[in-house]
Design a protein around this ligand. Structure first.
Ligand code: AMP
Length: 291
């Protein structure tokens, strides 16, 4: 099917697990390659870039919208997580997805649900340390979506790098025959990483959210100038964040190996810096490969 024909087709909206399983089986029987893009909705250009990427790498793209209760902690923002199903479906269709799968929480987690997927070491640092059980929720839903949609390739964003690394590990460990593809982070013109949570900021607060990007850019510049000590880089990043947003609460600034996510003290090759910062009560994360 040419890209042109593909655009003209109406997007299929599937809400039942059985309906999705049946459709995936039919697509596979027709010899088509399925690309999966899991999301929690309230889509922005970052999500749409994943759909476009999946579209180039597969024949049929399935985008999912599911605000996954299992990955939110008791004091997190599940209830106020932004939603816009109608707007999302229109965006998903325009980005070239063929199917949107929108399951109900009670179908994904029925009352007698009791099986979780837990990836071990790689979930103990960074986000896993700050948010207990978060990754257990992520790997459980992604494994379930893999089983329901049976993709050949699944696309995740670099924006949530640890999540992508955890999913890669789970995919390998459980033997899913799926390629995990990691797409670059899309940013606003000032550098702020696009995120559904950015809508929580008032106009006057919004510009302070760029603090995370400024800090990462500072790290990159210091390394370019020859700095090797992560302690000195972290100190400077902290200063940049506090200068941009004096009320910022830094949860972590971490330098880790790109593959294993184990901490590093001296900059060498293959280092990624990740950070989580609360700006006016909105918890933001970002990262950048430094070397
Ligand atoms: P979410 O809806 O926040 O769970 O995100 C769904 C997918 O979109 C995940 O794979 C994210 O990493 C990815 N994503 C979120 N923000 C961005 C961004 N700014 N650029 C690229 N991908 C993103």
């Amino acid at each position: 099917m040419t890209a042109r024909n593909k655009k003209k087709q109406k997007i299929k909206i599937i809400r039942s697990i059985g309906g999705m399983q049946k459709l995936s089986r039919e697509i596979i029987a027709r010899g088509k390659k399925i690309g999966l893009v899991p999301t929690m909705g309230f889509l922005h250009e970052g999500h749409l870039s994943l759909i476009r990427r999946a579209s180039k790498k597969s024949d049929i793209v399935i985008t999912t919208i599911f605000v996954n209760p299992a990955q939110f902690g008791p004091n997190e923002d599940l209830d106020k997580y932004p939603r816009d199903e109608k707007g999302d479906i229109a965006k998903i269709a325009s980005a070239g997805s063929d199917i949107v799968f929108i399951p109900k929480a009670e179908d994904i987690y029925p009352k007698d649900f009791q099986t979780y997927v837990n990836t071990m070491e790689i979930t103990k640092t960074l986000e896993g340390k700050s948010r207990p059980n978060h990754f257990r929720g992520v790997t459980t839903i992604v494994a379930k979506l893999f089983n329901i949609t049976r993709p050949d390739i699944a696309v995740f964003g670099m924006k949530d790098y640890q999540q992508a690394a955890v999913i890669k590990q789970m995919t390998r460990d459980l033997g899913f025959p799926i390629k995990i593809d990691i797409a670059p982070t899309m940013r606003e013109s000032d550098g702020l990483a696009m995120s559904s949570r950015n809508k929580y900021f008032s106009e006057s607060q919004r510009w302070e959210a760029v603090a995370l990007f400024y800090a990462l850019r500072t790290a990159k510049e210091m390394i370019k100038a020859g700095e090797k000590s992560t302690a000195r880089i972290e100190k400077e990043m902290t200063a940049v964040i506090m200068a941009t947003c004096p009320k910022a609460k830094i949860e972590y600034i971490a330098f880790t190996d790109f593959s294993t996510l184990e901490p590093v003290n001296k900059i060498k090759s293959n280092v990624i810096c990740s950070l989580a910062v609360k700006i006016h009560k909105v918890r933001l994360i970002d990262n950048m490969k430094l070397a």
